[in-house]
Design a protein around this ligand. Structure first.
Ligand SMILES: *[C@@H]1O[C@H](CO)[C@@H](O)[C@H](O)[C@H]1NC(C)=O
Ligand SMILES: *[C@@H]1O[C@H](CO)[C@@H](O)[C@H](O)[C@H]1NC(C)=O
Length: 285
């Protein structure tokens, strides 16, 4: 079985409007073994991430002190005002024949122009009490947990096998928690929905998630926040379009198997050697 809980991170700016849905493409900023949230300063970090957003992304980004929106001068996101950083694990094809790894690139989402990267949404749900609080400078959070598969799977993290005329609603009956076990000619869409409730105090927490909580048991919807996390924050969602179309050998799929692994997990084997983390940010494939 392959491991496929995503660890996804957002370092967010005070950007979102509660009234309108924002959907925008962000090209790749870099793909690096860097994780300023979970392994600050570690070079290289334990696994690769694909990272988008503001150009101040760095190995160490201390809450409140290092705030991308105030330190970046440009962004890979289509909204030039959004200097947040967002990242997820990378996806690899692990050859069933010879065990070698190939990084699976991302492609642009429907109707968007972007080079790699992912699509970011700020969902428009109004808070139950009509109040929505913008992210404070330095705010960050994580969704998913590489050590706990059950953590926030569907309805908050899911995968869709594209290319068979499926619809688009995120994490519905067509989506699976695990990576699809059949060939997906149109790629695999990973959806990651972040918590929408905050404790109102902490910009971060030791596990990077206990300062936030899901409402309504996860997924999308009008925030119905628990009393421990009473403050409604904008609901962030990512879509990552993994370009799996060329991995078409049907022998690689079926009966619970498929050839993809995220860049970490219980079946994790380090991916091919990567250049050391390099500043300023460099793109490489
Ligand atoms: C990243 O941090 C290093 C030292 O911690 C600093 O020299 C460098 O300017 C920072 N880069 C950016 C893009 O802020
Ligand atoms: C390993 O197998 C994959 C297909 O599974 C192929 O694309 C790749 O070229 C092979 N690599 C080597 C080193 O044989």
């Amino acid at each position: 079985m392959s491991w496929n809980t995503l660890t996804v991170v957002a370092l967010l700016g005070q950007y979102a409007s509660a009234q309108n849905m924002l959907r925008f493409g962000c090209s790749q900023l870099t793909i690096e073994r860097a994780d300023p949230l979970v392994s600050p300063g570690m070079n290289p970090a334990p696994h690769t991430h694909q990272i988008i957003g503001g150009n101040s992304f760095n190995l160490t980004m201390e809450p409140a002190v290092y705030d991308p929106p105030s330190l970046s001068t440009c962004t890979t996101c289509t909204y030039a005002e959004d200097f947040s950083n967002y990242w997820t694990a990378s996806l690899y094809f692990r050859s069933p024949e010879n065990g070698t790894f190939q990084r699976v690139p991302q492609f642009a989402n429907f109707g968007l122009q972007q080079d790699g990267g992912m699509t970011v949404y700020y969902m428009p749900y109004s808070a139950k009490n009509g109040k929505m609080t913008a992210f404070k400078p330095g705010f960050r959070m994580i969704a998913g947990d590489p050590t706990n598969k059950q953590d926030v799977y569907k309805p908050s993290i899911c995968h869709r096998c594209l290319g068979n005329g499926e619809g688009f609603a995120p994490c519905d009956a067509k989506d699976t928690s695990e990576l699809p076990t059949k060939y997906c000619p149109g790629g695999i869409r990973a959806t990651i929905i972040f918590p929408s409730c905050w404790d109102g105090v902490n910009l971060d927490s030791p596990d990077h998630k206990s300062h936030v909580a899901y409402s309504n048991g996860g997924g999308l919807g009008t925030p119905n926040c628990p009393s421990t996390h009473p403050v409604s924050i904008p609901q962030v969602m990512y879509e990552v379009m993994w370009d799996t179309g060329k991995y078409s050998n049907t022998a690689w799929y079926g009966s619970g198997k498929q050839p993809f692994v995220y860049s970490f997990g219980d079946s994790y084997v380090p991916p091919p050697p990567f250049p050391p983390y390099s500043l300023p940010i460099q793109r490489f494939d």
